[in-house]
Design a protein around this ligand. Structure first.
Ligand SMILES: *Cc1c(COP(=O)(O)O)cnc(C)c1O
Length: 400
């Protein structure tokens, strides 16, 4: 029996299962039924459920100190920021509690950067169709998804939304005297696991350099090892000026961060920005541990190996199930499977067969398993997916 949710905003279309506990790649409901979890909090639990190393880090910190204000130095903030900077293009970090707050910080940083150089007119952030940057007013305006904008009044000024395929429009927007920054996910997540080509990323970098814009990468979903490298941008060799991360950064504990070069962050001075909870001691303790685990070469190697296996097998399934699979895409363990039947229906059927997957744009299902997924669990997930396809075929036959 589904619990009543009378006292909650009705904003989620929730799956009708009562999750109770998790262990690695498995999730269990209250009746003890087991699922292979290829959602993992939507790419959040990079080390799976109930990771003992994270539990130990959390427990130890919980006994010491939970929260102090950012008016004091917070244990762990400089340590985690140092690790993030040592492994990326960045020099400085601002900690948030979520992805969209990291995006909000990046947007404010971009405008402040130009204002501090005497260019207050440079406010336009160029975003792309199919993007997702979270749910703050600015983030939904930046992504431009009509579904998330309808009914919320006028769009905020200073945002331009263009198609990634319309290079002329991108160029025109970047050359406008009011342009401030380009905001892009190197691998679009919600949009359906579209990985930008190296050429596309180079083009955006060149446009930013030629016109004095900041290049902001939203690696909230594709970063932190998911692509098979620690940062997705490393595949292309195109570094941004600013990068938003969150999701797997805390291994399941809410953390986000906005990373920037010293130059890009130069407008962010005392009083420019702040957060009550951002970078709190619990988040830092768990974040440091999660980062150390995820940045290990063995773990990144595992992502490459297991994602390669999944991709290859899924390509095979595309041959055997042409009435189901249209296309397999994405990068590393951010895998999009574009379907023929409705993706929501397949998600529900997969759940009935013990496999949890996420939805995505362009009629995709997304596979976002833990980064430490074993090949045995990957194989089992594929078996469950095939059982799902068989059931979908039966169903289609009956209604035909
Ligand atoms: C999830 C996500 C966000 C928003 O993160 P929240 O923590 O939900 O605010 C932003 N950008 C991308 C690419 C995401 O996948």
């Amino acid at each position: 029996m589904a619990q009543s949710e009378d006292h909650l905003f009705g904003v989620y279309a929730r799956a009708p299962i009562e999750v109770e506990r998790g262990e690695g790649s498995r999730l269990y409901d209250r009746s003890g039924r087991e699922y292979l979890d290829f959602v993992q909090g939507i790419a959040v639990n990079g080390l799976g459920h109930a990771n003992p190393i994270l539990i130990a880090a959390m427990t130890e910190q919980a006994k010491k100190l939970w929260h102090v204000s950012n008016i004091f130095r917070i244990p762990g903030q400089d340590e985690l920021a140092g690790k993030l900077c040592a492994t990326s293009f960045a020099d400085q970090v601002f900690f948030t509690n979520s992805g969209t707050e990291a995006v909000e910080c990046a947007l404010k940083l971009a405008r402040k950067y130009h204002a501090s150089k005497g260019h207050e007119e440079r406010i336009d952030v160029i975003g792309f169709q199919g993007a997702f940057h979270g749910r703050t007013y600015a983030a939904v305006t930046a992504a431009g998804n009509q579904t998330y904008l309808d009914g919320f009044g006028p769009r905020l000024p200073g945002f331009v939304n263009v198609s990634l395929d319309d290079h002329e429009a991108i160029r025109a927007a970047a050359e406008a005297p009011t342009a401030a920054a380009i905001l892009v996910e190197p691998v679009q997540g919600e949009g359906g696991a579209r990985a930008l080509t190296d050429a596309e990323l180079h083009m955006l970098r060149d446009l930013c350099d030629a016109n004095g814009l900041l290049l902001i990468f939203d690696e909230i979903q594709c970063g932190m090892g998911r692509s098979g490298k620690l940062w997705a941008y490393e595949h292309s060799g195109v570094a941004p000026d600013v990068m938003c991360i969150a999701k797997a950064l805390g291994g399941g504990f809410p953390i986000g961060a906005c990373l920037a070069t010293r130059e890009a962050a130069s407008g962010m001075v005392v009083g420019s920005h702040g957060s009550t909870f951002g970078g709190n001691p619990l988040a830092m303790a768990v974040g440091i541990t999660a980062f150390d685990e995820i940045s290990k070469p063995e773990l990144l190697d595992n992502v490459v190996k297991v994602s390669g296996y999944l991709k290859q097998q899924l390509e095979g399934l595309k041959q055997t199930w042409p009435d189901m699979i249209v296309d397999v895409r994405g990068k590393g363990l951010l895998i999009g499977v574009k379907l023929k039947p409705n993706n929501r229906e397949i998600m529900a059927l997969a759940r009935d067969h013990g496999l949890l997957v996420a939805g995505g744009g362009d009629n995709c299902i997304r596979l976002l398993p833990a980064l430490n997924l074993t090949e045995a669990d990957a194989r089992e997930a594929l078996e469950r997916l095939e059982t799902t396809f068989a059931a979908a075929r039966e169903k289609a036959k009956k209604t035909a």
